[in-house]
Design a protein around this ligand. Sequence first.
Ligand code: SF4
Length: 432
Amino acid sequence: MSGLRVGHSELLARGMSLPGLSRRASALSQLPPLGLLTIAATAPPDWQVSLVSDDGVGDESAIAAQIQSHQPDIVAFSCLTPAADRAARISELIRSQPSCRDQVVTVVGGLHATAAPDWCQTRFDVVTCGDGESTLPRVLADFAADRLQHRYRADGSYALAQSPTPRWELLGPEAPPRYTLQTMRGCPWACSFCAASRLLGPARTKSDQQIERELAAIARIRPRPWLELADDNTFASDRDHGPMLDALRRYGARWFTESDWRIALRPDLLRQIAASGCRQILIGLESSVFRYGGMGAKTADWQRMIDAVEAIQSAGIVVNACFIVGADGETPASIERLGDFLETAPMGEVQLTLQTPFPGTSLYDSLQANRRLLPGDFSCYTLFDVVYRPDQMTADELQNAFHELISRVFRDDAQQRRDLIQKSIRAIARRQ
Ligand code: SF4
């Protein structure tokens, strides 16, 4: 269950039509479900696997009927937090069908299931927590032996080096415009807002041979592919990134990933990244008013991070600077100041989201302990909807200030200015 979601009707109406936002929303909606395609490859050969993708907006009964048309024994769901309520309703639709209630088992896994297993347990027959490559084979074996349990947990010791090549053929004959490739799972840091960094276990990397194998599999379907590296922080490990970047270059990949600003301190690495087909790197500058706990060596003052952005772009790599709006200390005036800064800021692209306390993060725990979470279901956890009480203003004031900021930063002429910056950075990359 994929795509970018927005619950607030005003932002949906005026914000998502802005070119900068709709471009990113479209890129996200084109990404294939890497987690499901990977764990599908762990199913023994006597299991027949089909994939049903849900864009998050179609009729839920129609999706349930589409799933049931495959006459499944097991339906495995993978969804992030904002899609969890929808996944649960579809699970209920499948479980409530009188003709097949006894035969169909619904299973949920992924980050949300790992962070909120008790919430999931009442809505799905089976909840799997942690690495799916480790839990799905156990679910299938227990189903076959008629000893299915309600919960399966991976302990984080799964060796990512054993993760199989995703079963791309399940996507059908139409090759998607973008592919995903994971080189690393987790992150050594533990930023307090981050749900991805260590929920599934400690940071682990894939071997160079594995990355080469996955690239070859993708290139057989789509030569010179567009890739989104499904990593949390690609260059945070101490691996030698040379072979991986060389493979990306040899396959003619054009790629996007996420990293932290400290790659600016490694000029050799920057040169290799620029030469390997990197089109853009998302760098979390996070909050302009607040330094989150758990950021480790990524913690730095504002000017140091801006200098890093300039160094990365000077090497021919476009930076998509990612800002979180609404952290403690934020006021309508500080949000306006961020808008002022972005009018002339050097970065080639910008991502703005509201601070969102996903389950499983220390931010969620602390806001919950202080009774600051607003009532509502997980469908509001979109990154564009306020879900907690800010400390310096009301939730409505934050939502309105965020709307104003989005409208300002992603308006046509501001986006065109960033597009020109991107063009000049790509020219640097071509000259190298
Ligand atoms: S550096 Fe990025 S991936 Fe790592 S914990 Fe922080 S936000 Fe998460």
